[in-house]
Write a protein that binds this ligand. Structure first.
Ligand code: KG4
Ligand code: ZN
Length: 365
């Protein structure tokens, strides 16, 4: 079953064509350059950019699919150009769209487009939870059907992105149980805020990773590890951010004159504090659930240091850890939405009344 999937949950306009677990085409038009100067995602800018780009992204995804091209492309802001491609919807069986969670004004753009396509071409519509998309990103295959790894339920999933830090038991297809989440900031958000305080720009995760690596991932400052004493599996990163903020005030915020080595050690120590918290809580979750098969997904797991720590942890428990199968699947993308939608379609879970489908910005699993 060929599905055309749309994700506009935050700052990437993405459209994919999938067939079961296979991705036949996936296009991601990132808005990161538009938001960079504001130090974070600006909703009104995101909405307008999605509106301006969505038709183009749908066209390119269909065009790539028709040409049998499957590589994921990241279109840069200034590469926009009008590409005339014949919209060929005949081979598409259903439309899928992210309903939430996400930015309301951004979600709306994708949902409107999905409804329009479903009506115009008489296709069924499937609504997908963005977080289930992230979970399925660990099982997405390329057009040739690789990797072939099959499902071995249950899994303990950790979603770590700019908006979410959640433990989920992935019991079976489309069956989830949330067992922990952040009470305030998400892990990616904490990294972004720390980078901003250090004057390193947005998004902060990749910059911190690079500087931390140059510092040898040393933890020289020993910032607090929040919530480690709590008995539950919840996170809280805002206290860490605050203590980092006051530390910088006390020690004087780095300026252009601060030796880079000092900034690197701060970046490295902050990253270690976040990751150490994630690892210790994950260890608690493994013990509590006795599940040693992990899935770690979301933007933050693009980080190789975090991957290494997660691998070491699962090894200790004779388990294994799955990450998004390809790097482009760590951040937001429509391919993972299409794959999750395929499982919903398999169970006949289509939207009953297209007119009534609406975005749910705080949708939970
Ligand atoms: O999944 P994602 O693209 O969007 C959300 O749904 O939030 O995640 C974005 C987050 C940002 O906080 C960004 O700083 C973080 O993922 N991120 C990273 C890395 N690449 C992106 N964090 C740590 N290391 C990275 N290499
Ligand atoms: Zn996401």
């Amino acid at each position: 079953m060929n599905i055309l999937a749309i994700d506009t949950s935050c700052d990437e306009t993405s459209v994919a064509i999938t067939d079961g677990r296979r991705v036949l085409s996936n296009v991601i038009y990132s808005q990161v350059l538009l938001h960079k100067k504001w130090g974070g995602v600006v909703p009104s800018i995101a909405k307008r950019a999605h509106e301006e780009r969505i038709d183009w992204v749908v066209k390119v995804a269909l065009n790539k699919y028709q040409r049998g091209k499957t590589s994921a492309v990241k279109q840069k802001q200034n590469q926009e150009q009008t590409v005339e491609v014949k919209i060929e919807m005949a081979n598409i069986d259903a439309i899928a769209v992210t309903q939430g969670p996400g930015l309301a004004v951004a979600l709306e753009v994708g949902i409107k487009k999905a409804k329009e396509l479903a009506r115009k071409y008489n296709k069924k519509l499937i609504s997908v939870n963005h977080l289930e998309g992230h979970i399925y990103s660990a099982f997405v295959q390329n057009s040739a059907g690789n990797p072939t790894k099959d499902f071995r339920f249950p899994y303990l999933a950790l979603i770590v992105s700019g908006g979410h830090t959640e433990f989920v038991i992935f019991k079976n297809h489309l069956e989830y149980k949330i067992i922990g989440s952040t009470l305030d900031d998400a892990a990616g958000e904490a990294l972004d805020k720390a980078a901003k305080l250090l004057g390193l720009g947005y998004p902060g995760g990749p910059v911190l990773e690079r500087l931390a690596k140059q510092a040898g991932n040393i933890d020289s400052h020993n910032f607090p590890r929040p919530m480690l004493k709590s008995k539950d599996l919840n996170f809280s990163f805002s206290g860490l951010k605050t203590s980092f903020y006051y530390f910088l005030i006390k020690e004087k915020k780095p300026t252009a004159k601060t030796p880079l080595s000092g900034v690197k050690l701060l970046a490295s120590s902050f990253q270690e504090a976040v990751f150490d918290t994630l690892i210790k809580k994950t260890e608690d979750a493994i013990k509590l659930t006795t599940i040693n098969q992990l899935i770690v997904v979301g933007g933050v797991v693009a980080n190789l240091r975090l991957r290494k720590l997660m691998k070491n942890l699962t090894k200790k428990y004779q388990g294994e850890v799955l990450f998004p199968t390809y790097r482009y699947l760590t951040g937001d993308n429509a391919a993972m939405i299409g794959v999750a939608a395929g499982y919903k379609a398999g169970k006949g879970l289509f939207v009953k009344d297209i007119d009534r489908l609406d975005r749910v910005p705080r949708l939970s699993l």
